[in-house]
Design a protein around this ligand. Sequence first.
Ligand code: PBG
Length: 326
Amino acid sequence: MSLIDRPRRLRSNPMIRGMVQETRVSADTLIYPLFVVEGVNIKEEISSMPGQYRYSIDRIGEELDRICDSGVKSILLFGIPKHKDACGSSAWAEDGVVQKALIYIKKNYPGLYCITDVCMCEYTSHGHCGILDGKTVDNDKTLEVLSKTALSHAKAGADMVAPSDMMDGRIQAIRNTLDGNGFVNTPIMSYAVKYASSFYGPFREAAGSAPEFGDRKGYQMDYHNRREAIREAELDCKEGADILMVKPALAFLDIVRDIRERFEKPLAAYSVSGEYAMIKAAAAAGYIDEASIVCESTVSVYRAGADMLITYYAKEIAKYIKEGRM
Ligand code: PBG
């Protein structure tokens, strides 16, 4: 048969497949989320996320060693405080759990790049991402506490801050506060396009941050909406976000692609707790092969257009890259 084009020619062996491979993943672009809990001698497994733990600062070194050994260079820190109150005051305390962790990590692991999640939900007694006015989260009051929190992270040594609250105007508020205090060079990674998602379920167990009443639909995005993602990203770009993020990842790859095509700023995607939990559970049941599913879904996020990936599988992915599996 006379066929001019035979795509299979370029699939005939691993050499040629490697040569024409369009998407390449580097460990430099992986970010590992890490939970640090107040207290001593704590290493607690998160039951819905097997293999993920909460560490107290005195135990966190074990995990940081593994992260560094794996070749992952960057972490995203989440704090779980002892004390919660209505306004989430532990979030910006100088001796807060994230602040103390930053001081420890920067001193003992100076090569590790530390990004901090900036949000109120782990610190408020009601579990919402900001200051309440009755049953709703007051946007502008929340901007003040978010800014204070971001500044306290920068002071404690954060290399980058990542607000995840979805209040309007937060990037501008945080940028102004950082700049006004001499942190002009601290970048902001904005959770610009964050959907109200059931994929965060396991995280809320991990961080003890489930809202006491209602849900987060009053501030996080409706997953029916695509144009709204562009609007959110546009606003955050104007307000000074250095990096944009789409979250969750796997069920929102169309949005990752949209943002990639419309914006020049670097783009991160967050493969969230529920994505991790589903793969773990299916693998444990013997329904899928964990490593190959992780490779395939990771590549799909980069193929959709992400430059960086925040993932609980970061260490394993770094290993798969070294082994030439992806
Ligand atoms: C804080 C925050 C959440 C996640 C990251 N930052 C939870 C939420 O919005 O309820 C989710 C991360 C994950 O599920 O892995 N607001």
